[in-house]
Design a protein around this ligand. Sequence first.
Ligand code: HPA
Length: 249
Amino acid sequence: MTASIALIIGSGFESLTGDEPGRVVETRFGDPSAPVHDLTLEGCPLMSIARHGDNHTIPPHAINYRANLVALHELGAKSVLALNTVGVVSDVRDSGQLAVPDQIIDRTWGRAHTIFDGSDGVVEHIEFTEPFANTLRNQLLEAAAAANIDCYDGGVYAATQGPRLESAAEVDCLERDGADYIGMTGMPEAAIARELGLDYACIAMVVNRAAGRGDKPIHDDVEASTLAARTATMALLRAFFMARGMESS
Ligand code: HPA
């Protein structure tokens, strides 16, 4: 069975890179962050790629988002589940918890952010009113509910440039603009996925309260919360792929 779904993963998910060295893919936009791995979860075939590289050496602004997504697309992916760590701005979530955002704000700059860059004479203005694929989002939320995993439905993901964290005033600014979560990798990934016609949804792993919001240093918060967020994410992925396996059998 070939995989039609891919995971874009961050660090701490080594169990999702399979046992093989992976497939090295070259794309018209250059090299992806890492080889594409093939694996199965709950009996379902899937692909995975480590966004920051297999050894986590690529910072958010230097990731070749286009190459990663084009590689997955060329290998047959139709849907992409993105795992993204975030800081939480509003009270909808707390550190260690999960959310499936439904909106996005892009505050990144200088990243190669489109496959329609004019180089091949094709200009296309994709619709991005609903930046995430609702069918995929709902499948995640249904899987979470069925497995009793606490996962918040919706919220606005704001993508910042990084690699530094935000100032408290920047977080205030993003909160006034409606942000619930802040991460560094959601854009341009979500938009390029849409340009390629891929269904794309994000599992936001809250690992800290955003700058100026928590009662402890951010890195202490991250250290204390990451394991809980990762464990919940693995449980959610297992529930999602179990339901997917039952549907296709
Ligand atoms: N800001 C931006 N990106 C992040 C954060 C944050 O607070 N936490 C995890 N990724």
